[in-house]
Design a protein around this ligand. Structure first.
Ligand code: FEO
Length: 184
């Protein structure tokens, strides 16, 4: 009896996503190491914490595959890209990685829709929402850097930014979830 509730294509695309989330975790780790080597200990801490969040995403997809009777596969991960040139480059590249990941999630949604696999479609919605948060988080980093002076930021404002990001929470609240009791 076939107990796998996932089609071969869905199982494959979900397993690719497991690898993509693992790669995202490595990218954040690698950028964190770079930030630390540049003296930005707070930003490094922030990126390391986010790396852990990417691992949590990886686990979530992996567990879903197994729950549906599929077989999760752990594949090789690509080496992280070269170090960024500066903070602006670091945050811009991070944003691009997140958009790339959002597109990968949309492919899962499209395939689940095509196959009328509503369980996977529903599961993927969590990630659609999460990616809004992930992109917003990085956009906020870019905004903060812009306020600090962008490419012309002084050492003092970069130090302040570094200290602030070291204490920043790991996630942001979504504006569309605000209500009168919780007006964020
Ligand atoms: Fe798992 Fe940053 O997306």
């Amino acid at each position: 009896m076939n107990t796998n509730r996932l089609s071969k294509k869905i199982e494959t695309i979900l397993n690719h996503q497991v690898t993509k989330e693992a790669e995202a975790a490595q990218i954040y780790l690698s950028y964190g190491c770079w930030a630390d080597s540049e003296g930005y200990g707070g930003i490094a801490n922030y990126l390391f914490r986010h790396s852990q969040e990417e691992r949590d995403h990886m686990m979530k997809v992996m567990q879903y595959i197994m729950e549906r009777g599929g077989t999760a596969k752990i594949d090789a991960v690509k080496a992280p890209p070269a170090n960024p040139k500066n903070l602006q480059d670091c945050f811009e590249k991070t944003f691009k990685h997140e958009v790339d990941n959002t597109n990968a999630i949309y492919e899962i949604v499209n395939l689940a829709h095509e196959e009328k696999d509503w369980a996977t479609y529903n599961f993927a919605q969590w990630f659609v929402k999460e990616q809004i948060e992930e992109e917003k988080l990085v956009l906020e980093l870019l905004d903060k850097l812009k306020i600090a002076g962008g490419p012309k930021a002084s050492d003092e404002s970069l130090l302040n930014l570094d200290t602030q990001l070291g204490k920043e929470p790991d996630s942001v609240s979504l504006a569309r979830e605000a209500n009168t009791e919780n007006p964020e």
